[in-house]
Ligand binder design. Sequence first.
Ligand SMILES: Cc1cc2nc3c(=O)[nH]c(=O)nc-3n(C[C@H](O)[C@H](O)[C@H](O)COP(=O)(O)OP(=O)(O)OC[C@H]3O[C@@H](n4cnc5c(N)ncnc54)[C@H](O)[C@@H]3O)c2cc1C
Length: 415
Amino acid sequence: MRMDTVIMGGGLSGLTCGIALAKRGQRVAIVASGQSTLLFNGGSMELLGNIDGQAVTVPLEAIATLPQDHPYSKIGASRIGQLAQEAQSLLADAGIEMDGNADRNHWRITPMGVAKPAWLTLNDHVRIDDLSQLPAKRVALMCIRGYFDQPNAMLAQGLRGLGFEVEMKEFTTDDITALRRSPSEMRATSLAKHLVSNSALQRVADQLNSLAGDVDMVLMPSVLGQNDTTDIHNLQALVKKPLYLVATLPPAVAGMRMQAQLRHYFRMLGGTYLMGDSAVSGTIDGERVTSISTAKLTDMPLRADHYVLATGSFVSRGLVADYERVYEPVLGVDVNADADRERWTRFGVLEPQAYCRYGVATDDQLRCLKQGKVIENLHAIGSVLSGHDAVKMGDGTGVSLLTALAVAHSIKGDK
Ligand SMILES: Cc1cc2nc3c(=O)[nH]c(=O)nc-3n(C[C@H](O)[C@H](O)[C@H](O)COP(=O)(O)OP(=O)(O)OC[C@H]3O[C@@H](n4cnc5c(N)ncnc54)[C@H](O)[C@@H]3O)c2cc1C
């Protein structure tokens, strides 16, 4: 199969790059082996949330101070604002409606009720622009009976700590009670599958309206909208008070919906998404990749002018650690990681962990290296890249979106 570009990995970075290239008329194939880390995403994107443990207010200013090996520095700090705008437009074109601004972080609320700096948040999810001016004072926190993936007491405590007056209310409906026959079915994704018909949404709205009382805002877990936001908008129209969603523990419906929307948009643009297949190896001839083999297309290697590695970090098996070393399993490209295993981790869960910064080595155009030599037509994007730490710096989704767009420009030969 001959393409212009083959992308390995169909998460946020792979899909973003694929969309940007397909929009510009390229024939693109994405090999996508499984769920991505969007499964954990509660509805926000982060450009840069923290430096040295301090919350970042103005990400564009802080990005200019990052070390040379950070992916943003490789792209060029002066391009970040422009790429961030491009990313926001691409998400909107895919139907992902988010508010936010790269000039100033706002605060997203985690499932535990902690406020964290964010760049973009889905416009049906609760967000706070300024902690000294909350969007509402009195809030009804609607808890679904028997649903365990929202730690309600912690969430309420966190919201109170931010200054909200919180009233916790519990509700259920016949549809939700029917799901409870099996405790394993009470997941956000199952609820989202069931809460779709007008009548099911009306029953939820009736409960929320009768329980809300005299509050300024109603909050409920983000358990609606498996494929698009129609059900959320329908419910918001039926509820008499402003209704916003709060992130849940994984599986996160919002993240899965974003993945489905991006995939749908990529296919609409003519892209080929090889779902459930994996890139297993590649052939490198001199300084170029000439083909990629996949687990399913055993006798049909994928050939292209350009290849993009978007296989994610350890959790997605884009990087693998065995007892001896950390390596990249598809092409065996160079990895930046400590050789001494003792240095990979530090005792203490809250300590910065060295392994979080590990990833593939690239030149300043994000091209991969093998045995120190640049592979001219192989770029890396997203969380497979070294030099950043999504957990400590809150830059994971931003790095994925912006490196994907920068590489798409580079492949198209844009200035
Ligand atoms: C637990 C967790 C929670 C997070 N929470 C947040 C958050 O709340 N907010 C935020 O901004 N960021 C968060 N992040 C970070 C953010 O999700 C990621 O930085 C970003 O989405 C990574 O996208 P990616 O496409 O680079 O990688 P991934 O999402 O890891 O996607 C890589 C994809 O490649 C596939 N793949 C791997 N190997 C192959 C192969 N050989 N062939 C084909 N496909 C392959 C994988 O199956 C996967 O689908 C979180 C990350 C984690 C791990």
